[in-house]
Design a protein around this ligand. Structure first.
Ligand code: FCB
Length: 472
């Protein structure tokens, strides 16, 4: 495709921005909210950059109207946000708290008033701490609790939210939360990773069933994955096998049961030394395999994997943070290699072709299922200049490249219906605290002042025209 000419997105393409509750809301102990695993993790010494917490974050809980006005000013058509479970159902059990639900009802109303479609995610990693104390995702009961919570939110918001997502990136919840321990709750237990993955899948299936019973019939339900785009470092059989193993762990452990109703045989074989998988009960895979209305895909960068080379102390640069514990249960010997070229402030390589590959892969795997890019974006160390403006040409280049990749995927037949930039605001970037800025809107964490960056204005122009500008 020539890069010089502008390229058009189809009419009706959904242009959005995405955030997550713990990353922006703050108000951590207001209106009845109880701690989630992230509140606890932030208070565990050494886990989060400089001991940062989400206590205040972007103070979105109090400034949401200003944030909605910002989106309206950019002309956005959709907003992907998540609900804080322990804000609407403190401790993860028992009745809903009205004030918690009211917050999200007001938010959805405010979006609709501004002509922005609410796109709600039930779970973006903030498990109520009490449920973790009772065993967390490695125990089956957590999936059952999640379905109850889904009903509460569905009943309260079903009349005003058209797009529903059960889970965001279950890979991170299971593998980083219970394997490498770089995310909350910070456990490093290989078998718990597989149990957590299964119970997240089950939670998804049970929640879809529950939502179908309480939502109006025209509501759309999906899930968001962050599949690994794993490339073998050579075409050798051993390296291709290494890539296959990582694909099974990052992607197919979720997508196969959710989209096709069965765990992959190669995954079970690769992890046979870790678990006998007896936690999968008869009928579970059928429950997990619910009809969906869309699939959300998050993409940041590809991975380059190889079989272990004896004596080579090569990088374990899988982009998922550093830990003495590998998240890759049963395939710990796989090595990851740095890709050449430019990187973001996360150290993640910039390679839009991975997004095309990902979208085309799933469009072929599940023909007819609409796809959304539910997250894509980049962190750069943005600072306001003397006049207060924030120039972020690297982010514009990143977005431009990846939106071109979306068009390339569409040209190959992928039914991509929309794109949400990660993120609306600079926010609490998990273990990196406030040190990484992903927003198209700059947030001064001293004053909480919001300033749209040049990328926000660039994005607004794209939304207005529906045309991806060519290179100058
Ligand atoms: C994704 C998360 C999101 C954000 C981006 C950078 O894995 O879903 O919350 O942290 O990465």
């Amino acid at each position: 495709m020539t890069e010089e000419q502008p390229r058009a997105f189809p009419g009706g393409f959904l242009w959005g921005s995405a955030t997550a509750a713990y990353q922006i809301e703050g108000a951590a102990s207001e209106d009845g909210r109880t701690p989630s695993i992230w509140d606890t993790f932030c208070r565990t010494p050494g886990k989060v950059h400089e001991g940062h917490t989400g206590d205040v974050a972007c103070d979105h809980y109090h400034r949401w109207q200003e944030d909605l006005d910002l989106m309206a000013g950019l002309g956005l058509g959709a907003y992907r946000f998540s609900v804080s479970w322990s804000r609407v159902q403190p401790t993860g059990r028992g009745p809903a708290v009205q004030r918690g639900l009211d917050f999200y009802r007001s938010l959805a109303d405010g979006l609709l008033e501004r002509g922005i479609t609410p796109s709600l995610t039930l779970y973006h990693w903030d498990l109520p701490q009490e449920l973790e104390d009772a065993g967390g995702w490695p125990v089956r009961e957590t999936a059952e609790r999640f379905a109850e919570y889904a009903v509460m939110v569905g009943e309260a918001l079903g009349d005003r939210v058209p797009l529903w997502t059960t889970l965001n990136e279950p890979f991170c919840s299971a593998f980083l939360g219970y394997g490498s321990g770089v995310h909350a709750p910070g456990r490093t237990e290989p078998e718990s990773v597989l149990k957590a993955a299964h119970h997240l899948n089950l939670a998804h299936g049970l929640a879809v069933q529950a939502l179908r019973s309480v939502l109006p019939g025209d509501r759309q339900i999906g899930i968001t994955f962050n599949p690994g785009v794993v490339r073998p470092s050579t075409e050798s059989e051993a390296d291709r096998d290494a890539a296959r193993r990582i694909d099974a762990l990052q992607t197919r452990i979720f997508s196969d049961p959710v989209l096709h109703g069965a765990y992959p045989a190669d995954l079970r074989a690769d992890t046979a030394g870790v678990s006998d998988w007896s936690f999968v009960r008869e009928g579970d895979e059928a429950v997990i395999h619910q009809p969906l209305d869309f699939l959300g895909l998050n993409y940041y960068n590809p991975l380059l994997a190889s079989a272990a080379t004896p004596g080579d102390s090569s990088l374990r640069n899988d982009g998922h943070g550093s830990s003495d514990h590998s998240p890759w249960v049963g395939s710990e010997s796989v090595e990851f290699h740095a890709l050449p070229g430019e990187r973001t402030d996360m150290g993640w390589p910039i390679d839009p072709t991975g997004l095309t590959d990902l979208l085309v892969r799933f469009s072929r795997e599940v023909p007819g299922l609409p796809l959304y890019v539910t997250e894509n974006g980049a962190a750069f160390d943005d600072k306001p200049d003397a006049s207060g403006s924030v120039h972020d040409p690297e982010r514009i280049a990143y977005l431009r490249g990846h939106l071109g990749a979306v068009l390339d995927a569409r040209a190959q037949g992928a039914d991509v219906r929309g794109y949400y930039v990660w993120s609306l605001l600079d926010n609490f970037e998990w273990a990196y605290g406030y040190s990484k800025r992903f927003g198209v809107v700059h947030v001064d964490f001293e004053t909480l002042r919001r300033t749209p960056k040049a990328s926000a204005l660039w994005y607004a122009e794209l939304v207005r025209t529906g045309e991806l500008p060519g290179l100058d």
